[in-house]
Structures are given as structure tokens and as C-alpha cells.
Design a protein around this ligand. Structure first.
Ligand code: SF4
Length: 150
């Protein structure tokens, strides 16, 4: 099998500029573990967190999955001068930009780098580290309405 383009590793250190959290429509999909962390961070019960901060959206397979809401200006609902739950933020945010979709090709990595000043700077993530981050996504599946996970 061909080696991925990131076989020699990729550099990334977040600059905390919030570009990826604001002004642009997008989904932040949530796992049960993410929801538990948010419930604790927001000091609310789970139903209230879902009602106030979450929405059901169709994923890439057309299935309804749980995502964070956005404000009208497309900022993440949890953005308030910075991430208001930074230490308990969802895995999708922790793993950015090491997402399967972004790592699918060097072109996609380069396109993402146009908007993210942290890409190709700072800490070197080895292929092993990147593969481990990718693996975590399958350990914590996104909440899916059809499978009756909530
Ligand atoms: S755009 Fe990149 S550097 Fe800026 S907050 Fe997001 S991950 Fe960090």
C-alpha cells in the first residue's frame, strides 16, 4: 500500500486565532464522550445542553447526527471571546487539522493551510502520532439519531 503524503510527519501548532471557530458555516459533530464533557463544563443536565447548544444535521452519509449549533453570524455557539469550553472541547476540535478529510491528500492539507496559520508551523507530528489521532475518531463515534443513541 502507498505511504500517505504525511509519512515524514506534519507540523502544526495552534495559534489560537479562532479563525476555525468563527464566521464560517460548519459542523462540530459530537460523540457521547464530548457530550458528557460539555455537560460537566456547562454544569447543566444533558437534555438542556442538547436543547441549548446542539442541533441535528445530516452528515456526509445523509444520516442525522448531533452537532453544535452556530450563532447567526456563523460563530460557534460556544465561542465567547475564545472557546468558552477550551479544556473540555469536542474531539473534532482537539484533533483539527488531523481529520481524515484533510489528510486525504496533500492538496487538501495545503488548501486548509490557507485559512489556518498554525498549519506547517511549530510542533512536528510524526506519522505515528497522526495515525493515533485518526484512530481516536473510531473509538468515539459521533451520536447518530437513526441508531437511537439518544
Ligand atoms: S485556524 Fe488554526 S491556528 Fe487558528 S485557532 Fe484554528 S487551528 Fe488554531
Amino acid at each position: 500500500m502507498d505511504e500517505p503524503f504525511y509519512v515524514s510527519g506534519l507540523k502544526f501548532s495552534c495559534k489560537r486565532c479562532s479563525v476555525c471557530c468563527r464566521h464560517d458555516a460548519g459542523f462540530v459533530f459530537l460523540s457521547e464522550s464530548d457530550l458528557d464533557k460539555l455537560t460537566a463544563a456547562l454544569k447543566m443536565d444533558k437534555d438542556k445542553v442538547i436543547k441549548m447548544y446542539c442541533r441535528w444535521v445530516k452528515d456526509w452519509k445523509g444520516e442525522e447526527t448531533l452537532s453544535l449549533k452556530e450563532k447567526q453570524n456563523k460563530d460557534c455557539i460556544l465561542w465567547d471571546g475564545g472557546c468558552s469550553v477550551y479544556n473540555e472541547r469536542p474531539l473534532q476540535c482537539i484533533n483539527f487539522p488531523f481529520w481524515e478529510s484533510i489528510l486525504s491528500s496533500s492538496k487538501s492539507w495545503k488548501i486548509t493551510a490557507l485559512d489556518c496559520p498554525g498549519i506547517n508551523t511549530g510542533k512536528l507530528h510524526t506519522k505515528e502520532m497522526i495515525d493515533e489521532l485518526l484512530q481516536k475518531n473510531s473509538v468515539f463515534p459521533i451520536i447518530n439519531k437513526k441508531r437511537g443513541e439518544l
